[in-house]
Design a protein around this ligand. Structure first.
Ligand code: FAD
Length: 438
């Protein structure tokens, strides 16, 4: 089994204080519910199971520390709008359902951040989608049409108005949508983990090596040191779900990369002509995501790789090469900050499917999963985790009907090496076509 193996250089995680030592699973244990994977989906599922059944024992278990997985190492956008590919769906009701689900996730996160005073720079900053050149502009116009059809608000921002937000005239134009939130993702997931209901027991650094079903006792999980017996089992393991034998040839492991600077110092701030606390995603999805954080750091994210062995697929020299290309993207936008170093460069892996369909539901008797968010898992993980818990508890709702209507079966991939060849070729082609947007 290939286990998660993320690099230890995620800036979001490293700039936080060291967490208290994680509790590892070292003794056999019996649970009513066991959730594998403590990202946005698993944290949300465990919380909801515990709230649905306050008397139940809920176990949440992760191979790594909370915040080290993709949920803690992303770009920190909680996005309300359907993903680009879902936006292309001609069925308006499908998109309205996705909007309701994503907005419900944002509401849930907003409530929790406020209730537990989670210090993660959570803010209703909205989102810019930016075009550098003509190719990006074509994508932006298309996006504006889709927003018109959906009846969603947006604003064109260009020229001096845009420069005065971003502090650079590198972008030709952008579309601002107001519904998204920004945050420090590692701080958010660690905060969510610290404030789980009392009947959730969280075990970190405890990779699950095997799962199975026992004729009378439900399901079991095995780690190197202990065994868990559980009535119901929930996999919120994103791309790693295939390692447990499910959705095996249906998920594609994609890695993408980010770099984070140190905070701008006072002299640098004096020369910066933009604002703080905004986020921009590329109009052309193979372009560059850019954020100026509330604590005055700049984050650059671009580059995709096919990552069949997850973190192990990316060597240090490959990461160094990507860091150099991030530095070029940064310099093109902020030549005056050429001396400001990236303190951290890291990668993370998530799941996409060829038909851009997310899996949500039951995999086997008493076994459930949410897997494959196509790279926008902050809101999707949050809402799918919560509703998966409801499904496992037999609790119906309009939102559950929504999620069941918009999910399905990710399509089958061709056998290897065709699959890898296809994914790598598409990534290569997209990177070439989008060169000007990087
Ligand atoms: C650089 C980058 C930028 C991104 N930017 C954004 C963004 O701005 N907004 C957005 O919405 N999405 C973004 N994404 C995607 C997003 O991070 C993921 O979609 C999201 O984290 C998925 O959440 P999840 O809870 O489903 O899965 P994950 O966060 O992947 O959690 C799965 C967990 O399962 C655990 N696990 C796996 N196997 C085992 C095992 N055998 N035993 C125990 N535990 C196991 C893993 O350790 C992991 O913690 C980005 C991703 C990256 C890499």
């Amino acid at each position: 089994m290939n286990l998660p193996c993320d690099d230890a250089s995620s800036g979001w995680y490293r700039i936080l204080p060291e967490p208290s030592p994680p509790l590892e699973l070292t003794q056999d244990i019996k649970a009513d519910f066991a959730v594998v994977g403590a990202g946005f989906a698993g944290l949300s599922a465990a919380r909801q199971l515990a709230l649905n059944h306050p008397e139940a024992v809920v176990i949440l278990i992760d191979a790594q520390s909370v915040g080290e997985g993709a949920s803690g190492r992303n770009s920190g956008f909680a996005i309300d709008l359907p993903h680009k590919f879902a936006l292309e769906n001609p069925d308006k009701q499908f998109k309205q359902r996705l909007l309701r689900l994503n907005r419900s996730a944002i509401e849930q996160l907003d409530l929790l951040v406020k209730q537990f005073k989670i210090d993660c720079y959570w803010s209703a900053a909205g989102k810019y989608q930016g075009a550098v050149g003509e190719r990006g502009q074509v994508f932006l116009s298309h996006f504006a049409n889709l927003m018109d059809q959906l009846g969603e608000p947006y604003e064109w921002v260009k020229g001096e108005q845009l420069d005065s937000v971003l502090g650079t005239s590198y972008y030709r134009e952008a579309i601002y949508t107001p519904g998204g939130y920004l945050m420090q993702p590692a701080a958010l997931v660690r905060g969510l983990a610290r404030h789980l209901p009392e009947n959730v027991r969280l075990f970190e650094n405890s990779p699950v090596l095997e799962w199975g079903q026992e004729p009378t006792k439900g399901c079991f999980l095995r780690t190197a040191k202990a065994k868990v017996l559980t009535d119901k089992l929930i996999f919120t393991t994103s791309i790693y779900t295939r390692e447990f034998g499910f959705l095996k040839n249906r998920l594609l492991p994609i890695a993408t990369f980010a770099s984070l600077t140190r905070p701008l110092n006072e002299a640098e701030q004096a020369t910066f002509t933009g604002q703080y606390n905004w986020g921009l995603t590329p109009a052309d999805h193979a372009g560059t995501t850019l954020r100026m954080t509330a604590d005055k750091r700049i984050i650059v994210r671009n580059t995709y790789r096919y990552a069949p062995r997850y973190g192990k697929s990316i060597s240090q020299s490959e990461r160094d090469k990507i860091a150099r290309s991030h530095a070029q993207s940064f310099l093109r936008r902020y030549p005056q900050f050429g001396h400001v170093p990236f303190e951290y460069t890291w990668g993370g892996t998530y799941a996409i499917s060829r038909n851009f369909t997310n899996f949500f539901g039951q995999l086997a008797p008493n076994v459930y999963a949410s897997a494959c968010d196509n790279g926008v898992g902050v809101t999707w993980g949050t809402i799918s985790g919560r509703l998966l818990a409801d499904l496992a508890c037999g609790k119906n709702s309009d939102l559950l009907a929504d999620i069941q209507a918009v999910t399905g079966m990710p399509s089958l991939n061709p056998p290897e090496p065709l699959s890898a060849w296809g994914a790598r070729s598409r990534i290569f082609l997209a990177a070439r076509q989008s060169q000007g947007e990087l």
